[in-house]
Design a protein around this ligand. Structure first.
Ligand code: SF4
Length: 424
């Protein structure tokens, strides 16, 4: 469920700040004493010899796709063009075609010498993502793409239109090594890290679809030309901070102006993690103002050890300290993602404990986003009743924690949290 729980793929904020506590009568609270423990359903979690869930931090397969223009910095692209016997300024032209016009079609590159175009495209734009499937919601404002990569790996991205913005949830790894028991992506483990260009190409392909009018919920004037992805969330497949270097290269290129990159606002890029503490501290020093999200899902180690296996490496307090450090260094408010799971982590006392731990580190540095899991009848991984969700939120708000209920977009196309299991 990473894109799913952790990442919660398709989510975006929908402000819902209840003004009055609901469902907090003693009788109701008494009725909510159940404690469901995390357990896998229909698959067996890979374990370490000592019985703990297996964690994979390193990619087992080293093969990477052919080098693509988007893997390179602008000076590297210029050097490459020189190697190919062309003047350096051609690198800018090619970059504009890709990052601004979203095209790799030689026919569209009329500013390049005709006799070299095909070769250049072959050399600089090897095919990275081949569309296998596209699922669209009824009103067309959410699209889930299934991509096949050069080695047959399958990954997904989800494109969502919201009022005033277009969000793309991107994948950063093929599979995931974090082995969370609720997560479709983690079940098969980590296959490999995605390359910088594979990460970026998800955005360029989405922009092309938008430009061609493929995303529903059109603007009033019906135009598409100026529209593009405005917000990125690293909440698709994979743990982004386990693929640190390539993810950060991609982030820098997203934020760099054309022709170096896509010219997006770094603030609209959300990097999320289940809590790889050293990498969070490194991210704080990057000097790029991305939004940082910690997928916490439990404030107590007893539950989080089972829910998020990486908690055996870095405990709740260590992850929160690192999140606070991110705020301290960057001045950027941190998001805490909290997937609400019926009778597992939705207890009022957990809301109180979370608030206590956040307040202990200061005020104004954090925002909590509870996200009710998708309702799944018969599963332990299901959503709380609405009044329980409201109660949880009220406890946080009453403790002075800014809290926003988030929704999961794309349920009808299995593009919501926990449902991103790439399958042909
Ligand atoms: S296994 Fe990976 S993708 Fe799935 S929830 Fe955990 S960290 Fe996220």
């Amino acid at each position: 469920m990473r894109a799913k729980m952790e990442g919660m793929t398709s989510l975006d904020t929908s402000s819902a700040t209840p003004s009055k506590p609901v469902g907090t009568s003693k009788a109701q609270l008494q009725a909510r004493k159940a404690q469901v423990r995390p357990a896998t359903e229909g698959w067996e979690q890979a374990k370490e010899p000592d019985g703990r869930p297996l964690l994979q931090f390193k990619s087992p397969r080293v093969s990477q796709p052919p080098v693509h223009l988007a893997d390179l910095t602008l000076p590297e692209r210029q050097a490459k063009l020189k190697e190919l016997g062309l003047p350096a300024f051609r690198a800018k032209q090619l970059s504009v075609h890709y990052f601004q016009h979203y095209t790799t079609d030689p026919e569209a590159m009329s500013d390049l010498p005709k006799e070299r175009r095909d070769d250049l495209v072959k050399e600089m734009f090897p095919t990275l993502l081949t569309e296998v499937k596209r699922l669209t919601t009824d009103n067309g404002d959410t699209i889930k793409f299934l991509w096949r990569l050069f080695d047959g790996s399958l990954v997904e991205s989800v494109l969502m239109r919201y009022p005033g913005r277009i969000t793309l949830c991107v994948s950063s790894q093929c599979g995931c090594g974090m082995n969370c028991p609720f997560c479709a992506t983690g079940q098969a483990g980590l296959t490999r890290n995605m390359s910088t260009a594979e990460i970026l190409d998800q955005i360029v392909q989405a922009n092309r679809v938008i430009k061609e009018g493929g995303l529903g919920g059109k603007r009033r004037d019906g135009g598409h030309d100026a529209e593009r992805v405005t917000n990125i969330v690293f909440m698709g497949m994979g743990e982004p901070l386990a693929n640190y270097k390539r993810v950060m290269n991609a982030v820098h290129r997203m934020a760099a102006d054309v022709p170096e990159g896509l010219g997006m606002s770094a603030r609209n890029i959300t990097v999320s993690t289940v809590g790889l503490v050293p990498a969070i501290n490194k991210l704080a020093e990057e000097n790029i103002p991305v939004t940082f999200a910690l997928s916490l899902h439990a404030p107590d180690d007893e539950l989080r050890d089972e829910l998020i296996p990486v908690n055996s490496r870095w405990k709740v307090d260590e992850a929160l300290d690192a999140a606070y450090n991110y705020y301290r260094v960057t001045g950027r408010r941190v998001s805490i993602e909290y997937a609400l799971i019926k009778d597992m982590n939705d207890h009022p006392w957990r809301a109180d404990l979370l608030a206590k731990k956040l307040n202990a580190r200061g005020r104004g540095w954090v925002h909590v986003n509870p996200i009710p899991l998708n309702p799944t009848p018969g599963s332990i991984w299901t959503s709380p009743e609405p009044h329980v969700t409201r109660d949880f939120i009220n406890h946080l708000i009453d403790a002075g924690i800014p809290t926003t209920l988030r929704d999961t977009r794309g349920k009808e196309i299995d593009g919501a949290c926990g449902q991103l299991a790439a399958a042909d």
